[in-house]
Design a protein around this ligand. Structure first.
Ligand code: F6R
Length: 350
């Protein structure tokens, strides 16, 4: 997991090339849905945040067994599953085929690849043998490239170039060789150790905050939470009011941006002042770069490093996700996935 963080710039660079040779001959969609679970869904959330101010087509992330009622032939559906074997995602693929949606699949193989090929749907093959959450660049970066192919966005390459430059910097600054005193992620891991970190984001750092939180869960095996401004000013802050003893178990990480809107900056400052009465451990992670993709990726990379260093501090192996694997194994007995696969086989004319 640590080597993935160190090599993040290279993974982003390789990931950006994956969509290039793929032929996607669909008309402009009217709605876009990204389907996936866990590490395969977060790329969709990032796409939604990144596209919010530049693409006039609604983007939704679907973590369900079926698509929302509006999905139809004018809907572009990205079906994303790293393993290609996730029950919920295969079930949505089935639904998307039935509704004649425009489908693009992303996986490292498995049943998803098999059925994408059988149904002649574009499929983006990502490298296998990694933990899904470590393949975020491969599961996320091809999507903006596909949207560019469909004429929904332009100049993605320029953003990617800056992103890779910034990630090289973040990776070097947080590398395992660097002592904690001059290594931001190591210092942050030491600071939040023994607490439940709450990550507060805003704007296009919404899913970045979520990713930060889930990396604490899956890599550090640590409970964590995430919230966003301005919404958290309308509920979350009240939760700390009478929490005195309890609040000691928490820390808060604020995602910051040198160009953050003034209204958000004011909210962050006032929030820090108010909650510091209960929570002593408040930290900030400042993004780097100019464009939104670089900024988002810089915080993601810092969070990834921090979660792995926290695992090291807690003497925990960041890679295995035992409970998750156990749950998938137990759910196999329900036979639901087999039922979905049989229906897919029928549709594929087997
Ligand atoms: C494991 C992880 C999980 C999986 C999720 C869905 O590293 O991050 O959240 O991503 O269980 O599995 P896939 O990605 O194979 O569809």
């Amino acid at each position: 997991m640590l080597s993935f963080c160190v090599e993040a710039p290279k993974h982003y660079e390789d990931a950006a090339k994956i969509a290039k040779p793929v032929n996607v001959s669909y008309p402009k969609p009217q709605t876009i849905i990204v389907c996936g679970m866990g590490g395969s869904a977060i790329g969709g959330e990032l796409l939604k945040d990144w596209a919010r101010d530049r693409i006039a087509v609604p983007i939704e992330v679907c973590r369900e067994y079926s698509l929302p009622a509006y999905a139809n032939k004018d809907t572009l559906v990205f079906v994303v599953s790293y393993s290609g074997e996730t029950e919920e995602t295969l079930s949505v693929l089935l639904d998307a085929i039935k509704r004649k949606c425009m489908i693009v699949c992303i996986s490292s193989g498995g049943k998803l690849r098999e059925f994408a090929e059988k149904m002649n749907s574009p499929h983006l093959l990502v490298p296998s043998g990694m933990a899904p959450r470590a393949t975020l660049p491969y599961l996320f970066m091809p999507m903006p490239a596909i949207l560019e192919k469909l004429g929904l966005v332009s100049d993605v390459d320029a953003e990617i170039a800056e992103t890779i430059k910034i990630l090289k910097q973040v990776s070097a600054e947080n590398s395992p060789q660097k002592e904690a005193a001059s290594n931001f992620s190591k210092t942050l891991a030491l600071s939040v150790n023994g607490t439940v970190p709450a990550v507060y984001g805003f704007g296009f750092y919404r899913a970045v905050a979520q990713r930060f939180k889930t990396q604490f869960n899956e890599n550090s095996k640590n409970p964590a939470k995430w919230e966003i401004f301005p919404e958290l000013n309308h509920n979350e802050i009240v939760g700390w009011e009478a929490a005195k003893e309890f609040a000691k178990s928490f820390s808060v990480i604020f995602i910051r941006d040198a160009d953050e809107p003034i209204e958000i900056r004011q909210r962050i400052e006032v929030t820090k002042e108010l909650i510091s009465r209960e929570i002593g451990k408040l930290f900030e992670v400042w993004s780097k770069g100019k464009n939104s993709l670089a900024k988002m990726s810089s915080v993601i990379c810092t969070g990834d490093f921090t979660s792995v260093y926290l695992a090291v501090l807690r003497r925990i192996d960041p890679t295995p996700v035992k409970t998750l694997a156990l749950l998938k194994e137990k759910l196999k007995q329900t036979g639901l996935k087999e039922k979905v696969v049989r229906e897919l086989q029928k549709l594929a004319g087997e």
